[in-house]
Design a binder for this molecule. Structure first.
Ligand code: ZN
Length: 216
């Protein structure tokens, strides 16, 4: 399998927009890729948006963004939409895209998978495509009870150390989620191990994404 890279602009600094419905979505979905990009391209900057970061989860989202993006972090922009209700206040969510995000011109955008089983995730994905119509968008995956994992098309191999660092940051930042039986290092490592196998990663680990449009 031939590997593509991000091209010459990556060396000078990429503007990367990370969008997540809830605290912990960005980190679970593409945290390893963010760590790899930050390691490989020191000039990149990360714009970080979480649409539901309420109470303790606001502080957790802030801490996690710092852990993952460190000094390359712009923001984060944290909103307080109620978990599970975003499609029902879709106009207000869209206004955030129109008024606070549209002026950005990111080189790369991470957002939710458009076929995700969670209604909030689907809305953020749809509004990403509504707003950024001539941009490079990768849609990440989130494991969940609904069992909506599919067949992604883009794979980012990750070193084992980066995977361990991703999981360590997630467990450290999102203490309020430890009570959920699935919120364990094994869950996150298992998915990365399977995606790593599927792309024949030398380390054995990868994150995977859905890509609707790619220009070479
Ligand atoms: Zn979520």
């Amino acid at each position: 399998m031939m590997h593509l890279n991000l091209g010459a602009k990556a060396a000078g600094g990429l503007t990367i927009l990370c969008l997540g419905s809830h605290s912990d979505d960005i980190e679970i979905g593409c945290g390893g890729t963010i760590l790899r990009l930050a390691d490989q391209h020191p000039g990149c900057e990360f714009h970080w948006v979480v649409f539901s970061a309420i109470g303790v989860r606001e502080a957790e989202a802030r801490q996690a963004a710092r852990l993952f993006a460190s000094s390359r972090l712009k923001g984060p922009l944290l909103k307080t939409f109620q978990d599970g209700f975003m499609p029902y206040v879709g106009g207000e969510v869209k206004a955030v895209f129109e008024k606070e995000l549209k002026q950005l011109s990111p080189d790369l955008i991470f957002t939710h998978n458009g076929n995700d089983a969670h209604q909030d995730h689907r809305l953020i994905s749809e509004l990403t495509w509504n707003t950024f119509r001539d941009h490079f968008i990768l849609e990440y995956e989130i494991p969940k009870y609904d069992g909506d994992l599919g067949q992604p098309s883009v794979f980012v191999p990750l070193e084992g150390e980066a995977c361990q660092r991703k999981v360590r940051h997630i467990m450290e930042a999102f203490q309020s989620q430890h009570r959920k039986p699935w919120f364990q290092p094994d869950t996150f490592l298992s998915l990365m191990r399977l995606r790593g196998m599927e792309c024949n990663a030398s380390s054995g680990y990868a994150e995977a994404f859905y890509c609707r449009k790619l220009v070479m």
